[in-house]
Design a protein around this ligand. Structure first.
Ligand SMILES: Cc1cc2nc3c(=O)[nH]c(=O)nc-3n(C[C@H](O)[C@H](O)[C@H](O)COP(=O)(O)OP(=O)(O)OC[C@H]3O[C@@H](n4cnc5c(N)ncnc54)[C@H](O)[C@@H]3O)c2cc1C
Length: 323
């Protein structure tokens, strides 16, 4: 199959987000050249984080690109893609990745699959992506046609992060001078409130709902999350009540997550909530109502009072981890 697969890596401090490495691993598994694209003022400084997972690193440098201005980033990527003709361009299905690829798709007139949970090569060599539809009640398999580039935002935790290999070559490019004139401009950055683990990339999430009865009830979710090394999520009812920041909300009008383990404490399991976590690998539900809809979607269900069960579970996990 001709043409490289590019992965636009999302910076995080001196490194990149784990989903960018997961996408690089998947691109390598599909065969051909794997190119990590870095955008920023000093983009090449991040090259050591991606070079062991790519055959080549393209570091495009301009001060405006550092401001995460997706308008400028999409323009630079579109120009680069027109001249170098990659087969596909991937990014993580994060807020940044989805915004960037949507703009890029419009500029290139290219096909775009947001929120893919699977990416494979079809029989004819074209890429095929699987994405949840109808609120996660079904999955659609979509095959790209034509010459590409094909654009795919890959959901975090869909594939494992690859082991490092031989470092790829690094190519540094300067972006066009007039890039600075493009809107929008980032005027301020604020760190999102939340625990030490990022919700989107967490291996384990303990989410709490109205059943925890108030902001203090989230301490129980935090204890269990700490024992599991995971992050804390929330239902919309808990967020609307002001018990947790909206950044923690999982569901249709919140975040989409795909952890290996999802523990729901006092959440009834409305479809709008499940839409945000339907690809979690193992789901544990704790609810005092044996008829709560969430139990139908759980791998393990505990019927009982979360205020007793969750701390007991956290204690057992801590003991197991200390052994
Ligand atoms: C357009 C739209 C978008 C939406 N987007 C979202 C979204 O992004 N995310 C989201 O979560 N919701 C969303 N909703 C709302 C969703 O439909 C539900 O109303 C919401 O998820 C309910 O939250 P909950 O399960 O915490 O509360 P409830 O439905 O009130 O459930 C609380 C649960 O806690 C249990 N419980 C109570 N006490 C205990 C106890 N001591 N021990 C154990 N269990 C206990 C109860 O049995 C109950 O099942 C959306 C709705 C709409 C219309």
């Amino acid at each position: 199959m001709a043409g490289a697969i590019w992965v636009v890596a999302e910076p995080r401090g001196d490194a990149v987000r784990r989903v960018s490495l997961e996408a690089l691993g998947r691109a390598a598994a599909l065969g051909g050249e794997t190119v990590a694209v870095l955008l920023g003022a000093d983009a090449a400084a991040t090259a050591p984080a991606v070079a062991p997972h790519a055959t080549r690193v393209l570091a495009v440098e301009h001060p405006t690109l550092a401001d995460a201005s997706s308008t400028a980033q999409a323009r630079v990527l579109a120009e680069l893609a027109r001249t170098r003709a990659p087969r596909a361009i991937l990014a993580g299905a994060t807020a940044w990745g989805r915004d960037l690829l949507a703009r890029l798709a419009a500029r290139l007139g290219a096909g775009y699959v947001p929120d893919a949970v699977e990416l494979s090569a079809g029989a004819d060599g074209q890429l095929e992506a699987v994405r949840p539809v109808l609120g996660g009640r079904a999955y659609a398999r979509l095959a790209f046609r034509g010459d590409g580039p094909w654009l795919v935002a890959l959901r975090p935790n869909a594939y494992p992060a690859p082991a490092p290999g031989a470092a790829g070559t690094v190519e540094r490019l300067a972006a066009p001078e007039d890039l600075a004139a493009l809107p929008p401009r980032v005027v301020e950055r604020k760190a999102a409130a939340g625990g030490p683990v990022d919700l989107a990339e967490a291996d384990a999430i303990v989410a709490a709902g109205r059943g925890v009865r108030g902001p203090e009830g989230f301490a129980i979710a935090e204890q269990l999350a700490a024992a599991l090394g995971g992050a804390v999520g929330a239902s919309r009812a808990a967020v609307d009540a002001g018990w947790r920041d909206h950044a923690a909300q999982v569901g249709k009008s919140g975040r989409t997550v795909a952890p290996r383990l999802y523990v729901a404490l006092g959440i009834s399991g409305a479809v709008h909530h499940r839409m945000g976590m339907d690809t979690a690998r193992t789901v544990v539900v704790i609810n005092q109502d044996a008829n709560a809809p969430f139990f139908k979607h759980a791998d393990y269900g505990l019927v009982g009072d979360l205020f007793q069960l969750a701390p007991a579970l956290a204690e057992e996990i801590r003991k197991l981890r200390e052994k």
